[in-house]
Design a protein around this ligand. Structure first.
Ligand code: ADP
Length: 281
């Protein structure tokens, strides 16, 4: 403690024994360095880190609560408009109820996308690492997209090589999301009466998943930004479709968290091919 000011000062002491030629200790040499400023900065950094940790925890809790609070009434809106559509309605009432249902679904998809994305970004998405069935995952995602494909007269084809391991280690829900997002994009941006093909093969210690469409294609400039959040192409043909620009950003993050990679090849007006590589073990 500084006697004059009463403040606490910190010193770092280094002591060295001084010896004569015979090696006997003749005294001590001490060097004291004032490290008060360093200590103060350290304390400030620790306080800032603790405050940031508390802030992140509060944000994660808020997100978890909000996601539940928002989804519950949205599901009621969609469920009730579904029920309403099964009752006798005039043509105009039918039209209004259908708009409520589609808008509800779009809003729910947007909310889910934003919540998922922010959870992944803030590092609060806990991924499971359990044996999961890739084929089941793909077939589940195809089921979800059957309706959309039928409406556009598309064929959904898939082919799985025998060498693909039936199970890999990963998070089934999130990996299914990769398939769902890629296939729904392929369906959404396909030209009518074409084919979407999904193949899975093994290459060394990787599973390679390829999703190819005969759609509107993606320009080279756009390809470079595809996995950025909220990116949507300015191409009028793409703009006709509803979207949030979060689907591929989420896919990119999930692939990354599974230590895999994703890339796209595309030619405008011809089609797009997305290739995902995941560790097979
Ligand atoms: P969105 O919800 O807008 O579809 P995504 O992140 O899934 O968001 O995709 C971002 C953009 O990439 C889309 O708006 C679209 O322009 C383009 N895109 C994605 N997949 C395809 C595809 N298979 N064919 C053509 N364009 C695509």
């Amino acid at each position: 403690v500084d006697r004059e000011t009463g403040t606490v000062q910190y010193f770092e002491l280094v002591k060295v024994a001084m010896r004569d030629e015979a090696g006997h200790c003749t005294g001590l040499l001490g060097i004291a360095r004032d490290i008060t400023a360093r200590k103060r900065v350290e304390a400030e950094l620790i306080a800032a880190r603790d405050a940031a940790d508390a802030g992140n925890r509060a944000k994660a809790d808020f997100l978890a609560n909000m996601s539940h609070e928002i989804r519950t009434p949205m599901n009621a809106v969609i469920g009730m408009s579904d029920l309403l559509l099964q009752t006798p309605l005039t043509a105009q009432q039918q039209e209004f109820a259908e708009i409520i249902r589609t808008s509800g679904e779009t809003l729910l998809a947007l909310i889910n996308g934003i919540l998922d994305f922010s959870r992944i970004e803030s590092g609060h998405l806990e991924l499971e690492c359990l044996p999961m069935d890739l084929v089941q995952c793909l077939e589940g995602a195809l089921d979800v997209n059957c309706g959309g494909a039928r409406d556009k007269g598309l064929d959904l084809l898939y082919w799985i090589d025998d060498a693909v391991p039936r199970t890999i280690l990963g998070d089934a829900t999130r990996l299914r999301q990769i398939f769902v997002n890629l296939i729904s994009n392929a369906v959404k941006y396909s030209r009518e009466d074409t084919t979407v093909t999904i193949t899975m093969r093994r290459e060394g210690d990787e599973v390679v998943i390829v999703c190819a469409d005969q759609g509107i294609g993606i320009s080279e400039d756009d390809q470079a930004q595809l996995f950025t959040e909220f990116f949507r192409s300015a191409d009028p043909l793409a703009r006709i479709q509803p979207g949030t620009g979060l689907g591929l950003a989420i896919v990119g993050r999930i692939v990354e968290r599974h230590h895999g990679s994703i890339r796209v090849e595309s030619t405008l007006g011809v089609g797009s091919t997305f290739t995902v590589r995941l560790p097979a073990a």
